[in-house]
Write a protein that binds this ligand. Sequence first.
Ligand code: URA
Ligand code: SF4
Length: 199
Amino acid sequence: DAEADWTTGGPAGPARQAELDAVAREVADCSRCQLSLNRTNTVAGEGSLDPPVLFVGEGPGEEEDRTGRPFVGAAGRYLDKWIAAAGLDRRACFIANCVKCRPPQNREPHPDEIGACLPYLERQIAALAPRAIVCLGRIASQALLGTSTGVGALRGKVHDRRGIPLLATYHPSAVLRDQSLRGPVWEDLKRLKGLLADG
Ligand code: URA
Ligand code: SF4
């Protein structure tokens, strides 16, 4: 329904779908950076048209590159638990990444690659107008907040990103490697839950 009441601002449903489709098509053909050279599939992102939360990771891993879907490997299965712990359903949210093509050997994306790809994520944010953004890990947190501050210092508070509340937290892969990060992530998920309940 074109006149549907969306929970936040941003374009109406059909315009959202059209813009998300356009982004995915352009990403599928993109060669703006060298990550295009080794990819199997692009991973534009997926989820609801009217998400309470947009989760932003770093970039596709092996499983994501193979399937074309975000967060479907070990980190993704862990993220699914985080989403449930925040009282949400993965399919009701939207999940995307800073870069849409897999970096070789899962290395971190380089600043020039992030810079080349970020306009796609910006268009997704503008189309979806999520109630909140959760950045998973240093790369996403620094890219969306435009800072070089570490994620440990960025987490623990609600940032205002151009009118959208943004939480930074650790990356699920990092938490799988380091159990001491579980407590802080749990706090961040509680903060997210509270933020959504307030709004
Ligand atoms: N790690 C990420 O940052 N993104 C994915 O999609 C999968 C793993
Ligand atoms: Fe294009 Fe982004 Fe893929 Fe680079 S990572 S080729 S900018 S879609």
